[in-house]
Design a protein around this ligand. Sequence first.
Ligand SMILES: Cc1ncc(COP(=O)(O)O)c(C=O)c1O
Ligand SMILES: *[C@@H]1O[C@H](CO)[C@@H](O)[C@H](O)[C@H]1NC(C)=O
Ligand SMILES: *[C@@H]1O[C@H](CO)[C@@H](O)[C@H](O)[C@H]1NC(C)=O
Length: 415
Amino acid sequence: LADTAMSLFHEVPQAAPVAVFKLSQDFNNDQFPNKVNLGVGAYRTDEGKPWVLPVVKKVEKIIVNDDTLNHEYLPILGLPEFRSSASMIALGDDSPAIHDNRVGAVQCLGGTGALKMGAEFLRRFYNGNNNTNTPVYVSAPTWENHNAVFSNAGFEDVRPYKYWDAENRGLDLAGFLGDLEGCPEHSIFVLHACAHNPTGTDPTREQWMQIAEVMMRRRLFAFFDSAYQGFASGDLDKDAWAVRYFVSLGFEMFCAQSFSKNFGLYNERVGNLTIVARDANNLKRVLSQMEKIVRTTWSNPPSQGARVVAVTLNSPVLFTEWKENVKTMADRVLLMRAQLKARLQSLGTPGTWEHITDQIGMFSFTGLNPNQVEYMVKEKHVYLMASGRINMCGLTTRNIDYVAESIHEAVTRIQ
Ligand SMILES: Cc1ncc(COP(=O)(O)O)c(C=O)c1O
Ligand SMILES: *[C@@H]1O[C@H](CO)[C@@H](O)[C@H](O)[C@H]1NC(C)=O
Ligand SMILES: *[C@@H]1O[C@H](CO)[C@@H](O)[C@H](O)[C@H]1NC(C)=O
């Protein structure tokens, strides 16, 4: 009887695959021996392998051998020593806002989870409203998930703000400031804290000051996304400058931190949503509602990754070791940038390639157009995003000549 009935799911439309994971799948299925994956945003060693940070390996052993630990549920808002360790990273351990007890945190499932919890909260409670119609601005272009995370949280008006100047391969500051001036008051702006994905182009300190001035005057909400702290400059404090500057000006704001990249803890899903409120009383009520949202989403977070991070940050020795590990990753990216630019220049590849070393963080926005990208993938087995974004960590001393020659061919043969 059942088999004659139509499935209850027969009208479910097929969703499109997530581009970056589809690209990796195509890469894995490719039999070409010299194939190169410059797609997914994860660190690779010069051997092209994932890297378990030595400090993480060490801490994991400490955790395994610690018989006082168990697998009881964590509190809904997360591991206490993770949430309120002196803020060694995002805000800095001397942040006056922390001393004023107006900074709180929610341990989340990765940076994505932190964005999601922040978005769910803002949609319900930001500025005393039901915020379905409050505009949320994301940079053009941005990490593709920003749009969907905010619209799935119920924001019906997610818009781009001007960011990338394709012609000059740099920041469109005038356009960005124009959108800040022209948007409705109280709009929400998602800002990349450092190492902008996908363009690798950040505002300078002077430019951040201009951005902050308009945002303060026009009562705009800053929601920082900090997924690559340490990757921009190799220095955690330098990479946190913009976030700390906004806090120092007295903004009430959010910051979603991911530990996926800088701790190499991708699949452990470690994230932290920082809430900076006007005062301790406001913070208390915000956290009480955050607890309700988390309770109906994942109820309480996993412990392993958060423990690795907390143990590392709470030991001066391990903290120093971790900073060295981060620097190792950042330095390798810088080396690959310099080498790729040098090779393209010596091949005489048409166009300027200064942007490869001007851009920072994990990604480079090459400027290759969709046809050239298709040529790279189909003819050269070099996998990159349709936007022309490449993950610099996918380059190694062994494949960099092949990649440079492939870019040269794509640029010279394909319009
Ligand atoms: C800009 C940006 N934000 C957030 C994330 C999410 O990180 P996570 O994997 O920790 O959820 C990423 C990951 O690629 C990212 O690039
Ligand atoms: C999480 O955020 C809070 C508030 O900013 C901070 O005190 C804490 O140090 C952060 N945790 C980690 C592991 O960075
Ligand atoms: C919020 O606003 C949207 C659109 O105006 C409306 O559909 C929804 O019912 C409102 N929700 C509440 C709780 O007021």
